[in-house]
Design a protein around this ligand. Structure first.
Ligand SMILES: [Ca+2]
Ligand SMILES: [Ca+2]
Ligand SMILES: [Ca+2]
Length: 225
């Protein structure tokens, strides 16, 4: 194994507080970091982009018709996303049946206490949709105690909107569109946030290579939802 040493030099930063009549001096402690092995560059398909689109009309507030799209670096094996997508890896697929797709915004469940988006399905894909999760980089999209869920059915009274999954094989893009909010309390996070997508480890390229653990981040100059 290659051994890499990074030494951070001792830095003394004198701080003069003007107008107060005294000078303070601050010393940053010296640190020596030892990295046992440099990480090998990851190979295989990876997530390359995450973008949010406000389709509901209030940018920053999770709503019906808001969507997010993730993009991958390679043509993916469609059955690794959904086991019943068996019509070929160049085929586009859509799941938008009544009550089939649920988009859940979990409340404060990431390791850093932020809200997290996950996607689940019922009655298709062997009930296992291999998306992954998105750290929403803020704890205020979901308020209260429980999660917020988005799903619907055109057969309900009154009719609601099902959440939807679309896979564009040529563009290597998976889009999740929120249906009607069915439970929970959401709020308008009125600022730009960098969300981070972690792909499901079950995802594979069309050539059978498992996806890397690389994450994809949303643009820093945009609100989510
Ligand atoms: Ca919105
Ligand atoms: Ca899985
Ligand atoms: Ca929260």
């Amino acid at each position: 194994m290659r051994r890499v040493r990074i030494a951070v030099a001792l830095v003394t930063v004198p701080v003069l507080v003007a107008g107060v009549g005294y000078a303070a001096s601050q010393t940053l402690t010296s640190r020596k970091l030892t990295v046992l092995s440099a990480p090998a560059p990851s190979t295989g398909p990876k997530a390359t982009a995450l973008t949010f689109t406000d389709g509901g009309g209030n940018d920053g507030l999770p709503q019906r018709l808001d969507s997010l799209t993730v993009m991958y670096s390679e043509t993916m094996a469609a059955p690794s996303i959904c086991s019943t997508w068996t019509s070929g890896n160049s085929t586009n697929y859509t799941i938008d049946g009544n009550g089939v797709v649920t988009v859940t915004l979990e409340n404060d469940t990431t390791s850093d206490g932020k809200d997290r988006l996950v996607v689940s399905v019922a009655g298709v894909c062997g009930n296992d949709f291999n998306f992954g999760s998105v750290n929403l980089a803020d704890a205020d999209f979901v308020k209260g105690t429980g999660p917020a869920t988005f799903y619907g059915s055109s057969a309900a009274t009154p009719a609601t909107t099902p959440s939807k999954i679309t896979w564009n094989a040529g563009n290597k893009q998976l889009t999740i569109t929120l249906g009607t909010q069915a439970s929970g309390t959401v709020d308008d996070v009125n600022g730009n946030r960098v969300a981070v997508y972690t792909p499901d480890p079950d995802l594979k390229s069309a050539t059978g290579t498992s996806i890397t653990t690389d994450t994809a981040s949303s643009p820093s100059n945009k609100k989510l939802f």
